[in-house]
Write a protein that binds this ligand. Structure first.
Ligand SMILES: *Cc1c(COP(=O)(O)O)cnc(C)c1O
Length: 369
């Protein structure tokens, strides 16, 4: 489906059915009592927070998770009524707003409560335990006891959940993972009443470690059809489907003569007469300069990006003339060929998480389902 309201043919297509399938397959894989928290932080990992949230809830997710207070407020103002958990730190100033909008927040410091007035509605919190990620969370048992004592004096605060986050659940060596899981279980025993929702697993743990599921899993990267690591990809209990494709069209075609050069710095020189296409996508769209040399799909074949990638455009070497307007697949399928997000990540020496996150707002997101 081609967008009709944009004059540039560059766009990302998000297949919401694929997102739903990934959730439904996960639900089959985990025990039916385990809930799915759909992680839609960072604009749904670049896929679009509102659209992904709706699809995830339709597929049976019972809660959404975001990173920041503002991401949660945005979803509420757009009409999302499901429970929303803010995974990152919220400032005390957000407490009143969170309680009014029924947004659940993460708490891990007793002093956080010092300056919070009596709240208009009950504030739901999840307590974060740092079991080895070293990022956010209570790190010692005495710290947790003091925090629980503080909360006991707040009838306007409800401990709805408790959670931790694994640093190495996507790795073959499970040593650190097991230590974190054991520490988490020890900390759970300090709660006088069992909170409604205990959760620990990210995508990697929910796919690989059935002993870490508790009441819910926080399903992020694999909801979008991507593997958390190469190790998990090779051990997947079911197939994931990548939801995002990236498309454009050829806007110019020319034949270079031998020794003509291409792009800034004139780093590429034609060795013979070559057909070159110009594509209207560049690093300001998220097609980063490190992707020079990456292939794209035109007429079902792989063609390399040559020369430096510009802010708004890049050039590709063809194996012959193609018409202006010829469709180009930058990420996704064409014919029997597939360019995965993982292929881009390898080219950029990074992880697949980063690729959709850095696709900028200039790239329209188009939804199919
Ligand atoms: C981002 C995040 C997740 C999701 O992780 P994935 O690897 O994308 O599944 C889960 N928990 C926390 C605390 C996070 O920050």
């Amino acid at each position: 489906m081609q967008p009709t309201n944009f004059y540039r043919p560059t766009y990302a297509e998000i297949d919401l059915n694929q997102i739903k399938m990934n959730i439904l397959n996960l639900k089959k894989h985990i025990h039916h009592c385990v809930q799915v928290i759909a992680v839609v932080k960072a604009n749904g990992y670049g896929h679009g927070d509102l659209e992904v949230s709706k699809a995830a809830l339709e597929a049976g997710a019972s809660m959404l998770a975001v990173a920041t207070p503002d991401e949660a407020i945005r979803l509420r103002l757009l009409g999302i009524e499901s429970p929303i958990l803010v995974l990152g730190a919220s400032p005390p100033a957000f407490a009143v707003i969170a309680s009014e909008h029924d947004i659940t927040i993460t708490v891990f410091q007793k002093d956080w409560f010092l300056h919070i007035p009596t709240l208009p509605k009950k504030l739901k919190i999840h307590i974060k335990i740092d079991t080895g990620m070293g990022r956010l969370g209570v790190t010692t048992e005495s710290e947790l006891s003091l925090l629980l004592q503080t909360i006991r004096q707040r009838p306007d605060v409800l401990i709805d959940g408790v959670f931790t986050h694994f640093a190495t659940a996507d790795e073959e060596n499970a040593g650190q993972f097991k230590r974190q899981l054991a520490k988490f279980k020890t900390f759970l025993q300090l709660f006088p009443e069992r909170p409604r929702c205990i959760h620990a697993a990210n995508s990697a743990a929910s796919l690989m470690h059935k002993d870490s599921l508790f009441d819910a899993v926080r399903f992020g990267i694999s909801m979008y059809g991507l593997s958390p690591s190469a190790y998990v990809r090779d051990e997947l209990p079911f197939q994931l489907g990548q939801a995002l494709s990236l498309y454009t069209e050829v806007v110019n075609v020319k034949q270079l003569t031998e020794e003509s050069t291409i792009s800034y710095g004139a780093t590429y020189t034609a060795e013979k007469d070559e057909w070159i296409a110009t594509l209207p996508i560049g690093y300001a769209d998220g097609m980063l300069r490190g992707l020079s040399g990456q292939e794209v799909l035109i007429q079902g074949k792989r063609m390399p990006i040559i020369g430096r990638i510009c802010m708004d455009q890049c050039m590709v070497r063809l194996d012959g003339q193609v018409p202006i307007g010829e469709p180009v697949v930058l990420i996704g399928r064409q014919g029997s060929e597939l360019i995965s997000i993982e292929e881009w990540a390898q080219k950029l020496q990074t992880i697949s998480y980063e690729i959709p996150c850095v696709l900028t707002n200039r790239v329209p997101r188009v939804y199919t389902s």
